[in-house]
Design a protein around this ligand. Structure first.
Ligand code: FE2
Length: 295
C-alpha cells in the first residue's frame, strides 16, 4: 500500500494534500528539497562526525535499552551539537569497532542554532511558507537532528509518538523528516500508522530527579499497529508527522546508508513543562519558523 504523495509548488498545498494531512496525520511531499541541498546537508553532517571524538564521549543512542537516558552527555544536549553512536559500535574497552563515520547514529539537538549552514536551511523561506500553508502561525523550532542509519549497524527506532518526548499542554509537537538519501524498506525507511494520531498520546519520556525515564506506562495500552505502512521515498522528500502519529524505523539490512534530518516544532501558545527531557540552558530564545531568518 502506498500513501498518497503530494508536492509543494509555488508555496501552496492542494486541498487534497490538506485533507490527507488532516485525516492521516502524515503528509508526504516529494521533491521538497533539491539534490544540491541534500548534498550540502550531508556534507555538514559528515564534517561534524569527522570533527567528533567518539572515544572521548562514547555515548550510544538506543531506543531499545534507553542507554543514553542515563547519560549527562545526552541529557544536556538540547542546546548543543553532539554526536551519538550506535550501541554495537564499541568494544568492551570503549574502542570503536569500525570507522566513526560508519558508527554514527545521530547528531542533535540544536543544529538550527549552532551550525550556520543548517540554520539557513531550517529557517529557509520555503519551510516558513510550508508552516504558513499548514496554518502554523506560531511554530517555534525546538529541536534538529541528523539521523544516519548506517549499513550493517543502523539500529531500529521503536514505535513512538514525538509528543511523548516533546510534550506540551495542549499537545502541539510537529515533526519534519527530510530524506537526504533514498529510503527503502531494506535500508530502514520510516513506517507510520495513518490515522493513528487520533488514538491518544502514550507514556511520556521525562525528567524525574536526575534521571530520564518513561513514566505512566499504564496510561494507554499498545496502539493497534495492524494498519502500519512503510514510507519508501526518494532523496529530497519531506514527510510531515503529527506529534501523536505512531512511527518507527527498522534496522538497516542493506549495504547503503539512509541519511535523514529532522526538525521539530511546538506552538508558542502551549506550555512547555520543566520536566521534559529537552531543556535549553542557553539564553537564545526559540525562534519562529515563519520568520524566515536567516535567509
Ligand atoms: Fe520520531
Amino acid at each position: 500500500m502506498t500513501h498518497p504523495r503530494f508536492s509543494f509548488i509555488d508555496d501552496r498545498l492542494t486541498v487534497e494534500a490538506k485533507v490527507s494531512w488532516e485525516e492521516s496525520g502524515l503528509l508526504v511531499l516529494e521533491h521538497f528539497i533539491d539534490p544540491s541541498t541534500c548534498n550540502r546537508l550531508r556534507q555538514i553532517a559528515d564534517r561534524i562526525v569527522a570533527q567528533s571524538t567518539p572515544e572521548a564521549d562514547p555515548t550510544v543512542f538506543s531506543t531499545q535499552t534507553h542507554a543514553h537516558a542515563a547519560s549527562d552527555y545526552f541529557a544536556t544536549s538540547g542546546d548543543k551539537v553532539r554526536c551519538f553512536y550506535e550501541e554495537g559500535a564499541f568494544d568492551h574497552s570503549g574502542h570503536l569497532n569500525r570507522p566513526k563515520e560508519r558508527a554514527i547514529n545521530k547528531i542533535g539537538h540544536a543544529l538550527h542554532d549552532l551550525e550556520p549552514d543548517f540554520e539557513a536551511f531550517a529557517f529557509s523561506p520555503k519551510i516558513g511558507a510550508l508552516a504558513k500553508a499548514l496554518g502554523l502561525t506560531d511554530a517555534l523550532l525546538l529541536q534538529s537532528m541528523f539521523i544516519f542509519k548506517q549499513p550493517g549497524i543502523g539500529g531500529e527506532v521503536g514505535w513512538h509518538q514525538d509528543s511523548t518526548f516533546l510534550y506540551t499542554e495542549p499537545l502541539s509537537a510537529l515533526g519534519f523528516w527530510f530524506a537526504l538519501e533514498e529510503a527503502t524498506v531494506e535500508n530502514g525507511a520510516l513506517w507510520a500508522l495513518p490515522g493513528g494520531h487520533r488514538q491518544g498520546v502514550g507514556p511520556r519520556f521525562r525528567r524525574v530527579g536526575e534521571e530520564l525515564v518513561v513514566t505512566d506506562k499504564d496510561k494507554r495500552g499498545e496502539p493497534d499497529l495492524s494498519g502500519a505502512i512503510p514510507l519508501e521515498v526518494e532523496a529530497g522528500t519531506l514527510i510531515l508527522l503529527h506529534g501523536e502519529l505512531p512511527h518507527f524505523s527498522s534496522i538497516n539490512r542493506s549495504s547503503r546508508s539512509r541519511y535523514a534530518c529532522t526538525l521539530h516544532t511546538i506552538s508558542a501558545a502551549s506550555h512547555y513543562p520543566e520536566d521534559n527531557w529537552l531543556q535549553r540552558k542557553t539564553s537564545a530564545p526559540l525562534r519562529y519558523l515563519h520568520n524566515g531568518e536567516p535567509q
